[in-house]
Design a protein around this ligand. Sequence first.
Ligand code: FPP
Length: 279
Amino acid sequence: MSWNEQQGSEDKNIQQELLKNGNLPKHIAMIMDGNGRWAVKQNLNRIAGHREGIETVRDIVKACSQLGIKYLTLYAFSIENWKRPTSEVGGLMRLLEFYLRRELKELNENKVKMFSIGKVSSLPKSVQKLLHRAIDTTKDNDGLTLTLALSYSGRWDIVRAVQMLSLDVRRGKISPEDINEEFFAGYLQTNPLPDPDFVIRTSGEMRLSNFLLWENAYSEFYITEKYWPEFRRNELYKALAEFQHRERRFGKTSEQITNKEIEDQNTYLKRILNAINMS
Ligand code: FPP
């Protein structure tokens, strides 16, 4: 059964409200934070937090796909995360393997196209193999593009792009005058993706943590106190309603927005929150 067929009617109604209102983001990027703190709060070990985090990944991917969001990028493992205790790194790698092994069939059946950014060559061979298989199997799909940022850092990708650009200058393929923002972005690993228009970070931290530094120049930010394992689809819906609310200014100043528009926005937010609370 496809994800759309599985969907309950209350959830469908909330999604229809969001869709009716328009202006959903095209590309959502997520900093999945707080697995460790969630686990400690439940008297569990950190890996149990990451395991529960996978359940959130599954729910969020499904909800984004059902809503017709085109791009979702998840910060799953940063270059800095290699400094964590070996046991935690090993546990995370095993969870990644588990996810890629268990989910590929369902992702493919639901037209998800897998992509990755980061220094994939530093991942264990077994993870690399599963990742390449997932990307290759889903390459012709036209649904949600799900990008996993793995062994990724924004500065690393920028430096990598500069190195490749310099090589092309040295080989005489391009001249320094050819370089502008768009041209440079073509050398980043995120080149096939549009810039994120919405970044969500869980667990209340107000940091970018080296995530898509170039690409997030104009993104809207949403920070929630919820830990990643708690950030299920209803939390996503609240974030999306907030995004729509911000977007609905359409570049106007707050003074230009009429009382009627403010009233409409507040009624809309209330309606979405009510629907979520009732579901
Ligand atoms: C941050 O929480 C989370 C991570 C470093 C890993 C995220 C990984 C997953 C959700 C599971 C695997 C992902 C996929 C895409 C299958 P933290 O450990 O830094 O939490 P803390 O700040 O509370 O310690």
